[in-house]
Design a protein around this ligand. Structure first.
Ligand code: PMP
Length: 394
């Protein structure tokens, strides 16, 4: 009945939705309406970093619900959940990232950062990488560099220059007309390809020479996923604008773009209301995000992320597995073909393990479990993937 209505009354985004009917979720486990349990090894695409319904997140939500829900569009009233979250966020960031704008989503944060870069630099162009995902609104989609996904929506924004990732010679495309370059340190939807530190260093140098801002999209890499609170802490540099979302809210919808105060003040005048949003920085989401940040910064042992990554890599050895890409618990298992990958994903779901593919790497299997997953969860998942591979080889 519900399944029929799902297909009938909700907009569909693919010809064959998974259609799992989940009745409840806790920790790393989703339970369907028949009582079957699934290990969530993708965290709703890097969202449930602290697991589903963490008690501290639920407590923070309850507490805020007792006080107020929505009061006013972003930026007018002094609302303690927003202020406390901003204070706690900037405390864990370098000095220059000291002013937060909270949004509804990662995509909206990308949009805000595009506008801010134009205001700060007065320049018209952006640089972005081919086949990178920054969101699905028309501005963010303009940064995607994928003919397949964007052709139907032309014209998108003009003045975007696309670069091939990790190719030094591409850096010439950043010029004195470039307001900002959008980067991910692990290019997630391309199959979790880490940036080459030499390539990053060359980008940083070129951006300094051309007066171009670096906008770092940590939607997928943020909040502990790669083994540090933010991935940039492992790459020894500080972006001009940091974009966050996904794992930020502990399961609640919130994003942010964070920059220095002087730059951010540009949004307040000439014209005023440089970016406005009705629900961005919703008090309940901010309360959840504060609890989430405290959990990841203080309670979850991020040193274990690298050990969990190693455990996965150690166990995923099979003739069908060509490589494992990524950093920390943001991993892509590469197979020969999309067809093999789809068979394995299907078999895993039958065995109660949820994995996924990547937008620009359909031959790769996504592993991005809650950071709180156990070694047993990992071993069960790896065994299931290896069993699926063996089934295919037979
Ligand atoms: N940037 C990256 C790197 C993402 O992976 C995503 C979402 N997959 C976004 C931006 C957009 O985030 P959202 O869908 O939450 O708006």
């Amino acid at each position: 009945m519900l399944r029929h209505q799902f297909l009938q009354s909700l907009a569909q985004t693919s010809p064959s939705p998974l259609m799992l009917e989940i009745s409840h979720a806790s920790g790393c486990t989703l339970t369907d309406t028949n009582g079957k349990e699934y290990l969530d090894m993708i965290s709703g695409i890097s969202v449930s970093n602290v697991g589903h319904r963490h008690p501290k997140i639920i407590e923070a939500i309850h507490k805020q619900c007792e006080l107020y829900l929505h009061l006013m569009v972003y930026g007018e009233y002094v609302q303690s959940p927003q202020v406390l979250l901003a204070e706690a966020s900037t405390e864990v960031l370098p000095n220059t990232l000291n002013t937060c704008y909270f949004t509804n989503s990662g995509t909206e944060a990308i949009e805000g950062s595009m506008k801010l870069a134009k205001r700060v630099t007065g320049k018209p162009r952006f640089a972005a990488f081919y086949r990178s995902y920054h969101g699905h609104t028309q501005g963010a989609m303009s940064l995607m560099g994928s003919e397949y996904f964007t052709a139907s929506y032309a014209p998108l924004l003009p003045c975007i220059d696309f670069l091939h990732f990790n190719k030094q010679e591409e850096i010439r495309k950043i010029t004195s007309d470039t307001a900002a370059i959008f980067i991910e340190l692990v290019k997630a939807e391309n199959g979790c390809i880490p940036i080459d530190p030499n390539f990053l260093a060359a980008i940083i140098k070129k951006c300094k020479d051309t007066g171009t801002l670096i906008i770092l999209d940590e939607n997928q890499t943020g909040f502990g996923r790669t083994g540090s609170l933010f991935a940039f802490q492992q790459f020894d540099f500080v972006p001009d604008i940091l974009v966050l979302g996904k794992g930020m809210g502990g399961g609640m919808p919130i994003g942010a773009f964070i920059a220095n105060h002087e730059h951010m003040m540009q949004l307040s005048h000439n014209p005023v209301l440089g970016h406005i949003t009705t629900f961005g920085g919703h008090p309940v989401c901010c309360a959840a995000a504060l609890a989430n940040l405290q959990l990841i910064a203080n309670e979850i042992n991020l040193n274990e992320i690298k050990l969990k990554e190693a455990l996965i890599c150690e166990q995923l050895k099979h003739p069908l597995i060509k490589a494992v890409h990524g950093l920390g618990l943001l991993l892509a298992i590469e197979f020969e073909s999309e067809q093999i990958n789809q068979q394995i994903i299907k078999h895993c779901i039958e065995q109660g393990v949820i994995t996924d593919w990547f937008l620009f790497a359909p031959n790769m299997l996504r592993l991005a479990p809650p950071l709180t997953c156990t070694n047993d969860n990992i071993t069960y998942t790896c065994r299931t993937i290896i069993n699926s591979c063996n089934k295919i080889l037979i």
